[in-house]
Design a protein. Structure first.
Length: 275
């Protein structure tokens, strides 16, 4: 009996795909080397990212069985980073600034988070989009490497689909075996510009009490914002899930805006020192 394809075999297959020539086209880079470049750039930029703050607007639409919106909630947060860990301070709910009492409680929560994260090792460069793609590649087959233009920039793209025979470790990789999608990597900056993932089969969580349903999909976009820094600017999710006998359907729209340089005064406004 043939053994399941290993990660090394998958990488070798990817290399073969990426070293093929199209007629008159420039040679494609091999994927492992490309991802090493992306990871190295991401680690460097994660350090730069510590100097920025921005606003994240997250809108959640509850849907009925026909896909019609039944309820909408929006939360806006001011986001910053401490030791590579993201912190979000709530500033608005459904477009309305939070009340003074909510603001006081939020300031205290943020102060505790800042103190806690300041004592932990620096987590910059661990995980993120690069980590997600690396994990996905362990349990998928890759195809259709190509060059194209995305937002006016030269971009490398490839498709992937879960390999049902690949050995998976942990819940995330088991879910990724049932997924498919496409990733776009900016050729000049070696940054993930766009990632699309969809679930092609139901995935059980917590035994048989719950499951994420086929058709769930995520689209993530990252863009250059200056100083050679790329940040996530949009995240669209369509989620279908079942918990016991109840089914949930949601559209989640996340937009990151108003990027600014971060300084000590900003931190004091966001999280004033305890007295």
């Amino acid at each position: 009996m043939n053994s399941a394809p290993t990660y090394v075999t998958t990488c070798l297959n990817v290399i073969a795909l990426f070293t093929q020539y199209n007629a008159g086209a420039q040679q494609m880079p091999d994927l492992p080397t490309l991802l090493k470049d992306v990871a190295a750039h991401q680690r460097l930029l994660d350090q730069i990212r510590e100097n920025y703050t921005y606003h994240r607007i997250r809108q959640v639409d509850d849907l009925d069985k026909n896909g019609a919106v039944t309820k909408t909630e929006t939360i806006e947060r001011e986001v910053f980073f401490v030791n590579g860990r993201q912190i979000g301070r709530i500033v608005k709910k459904n477009g309305v600034p939070i009340s003074p009492s909510e603001e006081k409680a939020e300031q205290e929560r943020i102060r505790k988070q800042v103190e806690s994260f300041s004592k932990l090792p620096d987590a910059a460069g661990t995980g993120g989009r690069v980590g997600l793609i690396a994990e996905i590649l362990k349990v998928v087959n890759v195809s259709n490497p190509r060059r194209l233009q995305l937002n006016g920039r030269a971009t490398l793209a490839f498709d992937f689909a879960g390999d049902r025979h690949a050995a998976a470790h942990g819940m995330e990789q088991n879910a990724e075996k049932k997924s498919a999608g496409t990733v776009w990597i900016d050729e000049a900056d070696r940054q993930v510009a766009r990632l699309e993932v969809r679930l092609d089969d139901n995935f059980h969580v917590g035994g048989f009490l719950g499951s994420v349903q086929k058709g769930t999909r995520i689209v993530v976009e990252q863009s250059p914002i200056g100083d050679g820094l790329w940040m996530e600017t949009a995240n669209e999710q369509h989620v279908e899930a079942r918990l016991v006998v109840k089914r949930y359907r949601q559209n989640v729209h996340i937009k990151d805006v108003d990027f600014k340089r971060f300084d000590v005064e900003s931190l004091q406004k966001i999280s004033p020192p305890s007295r």
